[in-house]
Write a new protein. Structure first.
Lengths: 371, 371
């Protein structure tokens, strides 16, 4: 895998990931200089404000309000540039591209906060990284439609970016995710994911870390290994499995089609995977995303969240790498909303049984054939 | 205030709240017998499943999938019944009605769980109460449009139901809320709110209780009193205030138009309010909901969540009664979605500045005139 990094006219970095070497898994070439990336305009500063009632940070990123909203396919900023139209990628073709988000919530060199905080509610500059990962140059090639090899390449790119971003001293957590579909609020359709480097371990991850640590201390076992093994044994909620990964709708799913992809082996991060595991993960990601699309014969919206250990040197050997999908659909045409009980009190209500949804989805999946 | 309770043909209870006495604040009449309410059908059982990775319960309520979805106005189940159409309320007129939810997530006498849990992921019957509160017999009379006296009546009904439901031994938390608008997933437009009696303190409330308790232990002061006083002093985020309540967009708002209504006096529950406070709360609820509607000249969707202390006899004197609004709009036509960062990692990104949104809303509010 070869990286070629350029600076865009507005100062952002962009890297082409090319798979022309014989060894795809070794990264060569020049990575972007993230630490010294210039600030994206004074009017684009964002900040973190502390919420003392919930004990959580919230980011304010006002310039994002103006972000590009569902442009026509001819004017897709993520398609290769042509003579007629210049998008964000200044070349006529590419394989996989990583670039700084034009409307970042977090920046390596952020501006000062717009308001002064207080002792109870401090503010800090929103330091971090927001990158966009373009899965391919083809405008409508979602993971569900992509060749499994392209997904394998994507996993190699995620891993390469994780290795680079965790070197940044301010980066405490590297979060790889994808928002897919207008039902999730996606404003650009060209298949892409995102990578955030947070300056703290975000609360949802901290909850999982705390529960995992407690379980290991109490039992000597990994919580997620135990849950995965129980799901594989029960089988009722398993959607598909291969040599190294299981995909199931978890026993206590919040969303009707929530799904977890969990490694059989106990490891913590993207960087811990063997080549066999990377290939199996590519297979199972293809199987699941294509299965979702087959279910209602429509492009299936989802949030995909890669959950791995924080990037600090602390011991997180109790934690377990996995990927979570939260699709907002409860039927072909109906959405699951987070309403009063979920948003106001925190009790999620799932209108379906995980066992039933797993059976539905299981009937639709078909593992891909590698070339 | 007089309560008149009846049993519907499907066994559910329904209570009419009538304001014909000279003293509205004293409740007379017969309350429904919630504790011995019959189970709503075997096919309608729901259960609580424990999520050991997040340390939270999730409710599965499969029958809700079939709930009535946006019927035409002529067939509104919450309008008074006519000769031509029988809705859920079997009378030709009413003032305020409370009835058991036809599609409850929690029931006083639930069925047994559909699956057996495990030591790590136990299941329990979903015991609790789900009530619907019909704000008036008029099909389109939202809080924004209602006379302020009707909102005052509603607060009296909330308080009466809170007093009744907290007597149930299994009820650990009484949650009053409203989901408004299709953008929130509302399936019936007739203005109504809901009351849930949860069999545990839900996680969002527990977070606030923990932070409030810690702050009081450390400083001797109430956290929410301190935050409210700071907002009133700063003024920039205040939308409106009266003698006993302040309404502001909080410093660390997650949603562009998130708003908190906080009592100036330190108290814990609906039952602690004086008549003057109940009337001021009615005024400020009217002011805010009408202000929201004026903002974009459209019926403004929101989640409204009443946050009060749990209903057990424990000492919650450190906590502070308030109402939170989470509107999903970020502009007249654009929605704020919970996507990867929010759902997958837990960092909320607010695309706007609370100071700017408060000024917008402040320019639109006008306190109501009492008759």
């Amino acid at each position: 895998m070869r990286v070629r990094s350029v600076t865009l006219h507005d100062g952002r970095y962009l890297s082409y990931y090319e798979f022309i070497d014989s060894d795809w898994t070794a990264t060569t070439g020049v990575q972007p200089d993230v630490a010294s990336a210039p600030r994206i305009g004074d009017d684009r500063s964002s900040e973190l404000r502390w919420n003392p009632l919930l004990g959580e940070w919230v980011a304010t990123a006002t310039h994002r309000q103006d972000r590009t909203f569902l442009p026509p396919a001819d004017f897709c900023p993520f398609c290769p540039s042509t003579e007629a139209f210049s998008g964000e990628v200044p070349e006529s073709n590419y394989d996989i591209v990583v670039l700084e988000n034009r409307f970042p919530s977090l920046q390596p060199n952020p501006g000062i906060p717009s308001v002064e905080g207080s002792e109870l509610s401090p503010t800090v500059p929103a330091r971090g990284v927001c990158e966009v990962v373009l899965y391919s140059s083809i405008h409508d090639l979602t993971l569900a439609d992509a060749p499994v090899q392209q997904i394998y390449k994507l996993i190699l790119v995620w891993t390469s970016r994780w290795r680079e971003l965790k070197k940044l001293t301010f980066a405490k957590y590297i979060f790889v995710f994808e928002n897919k579909g207008e039902a999730i609020g996606v404003t650009l359709h060209h298949p892409h994911g995102q990578i955030y480097a947070y300056p703290f371990v975000p609360p949802r991850i901290q909850q999982e870390l705390d529960a995992s640590k407690r379980h290991t201390e109490e039992t000597g076992n990994c919580l997620i290994c135990t849950l995965r093994a129980a799901e594989s044994r029960a089988g009722r909620r398993v959607v598909t499995e291969n040599e190294t990964f299981s995909a199931f709708i978890p026993f206590s799913a919040r969303w009707p089609y929530e799904l977890h992809i969990v490694s059989r082996r106990h490891f913590q991060t993207l960087g811990d995977m063997t080549i066999a595991e990377q290939k199996d993960l590519a297979s199972i990601l293809k199987t699941i995303t294509a299965g979702y699309d087959a279910l209602f014969e429509r492009s299936f919206p989802y949030i995909m969240a890669v959950h791995q250990a924080p990037s600090s040197e602390e011991d997180y050997s109790f934690y377990h790498f996995h990927i979570e999908f939260y699709p907002p659909l409860r039927s072909a045409t109906k959405l699951k909303f987070l309403a009063g009980s979920e948003a106001g009190a925190g009790l999620f209500i799932n209108d379906t049984l995980p066992e039933v949804k797993a059976a539905e989805l299981r009937a639709r999946v078909r593992p891909p054939v590698w070339p």
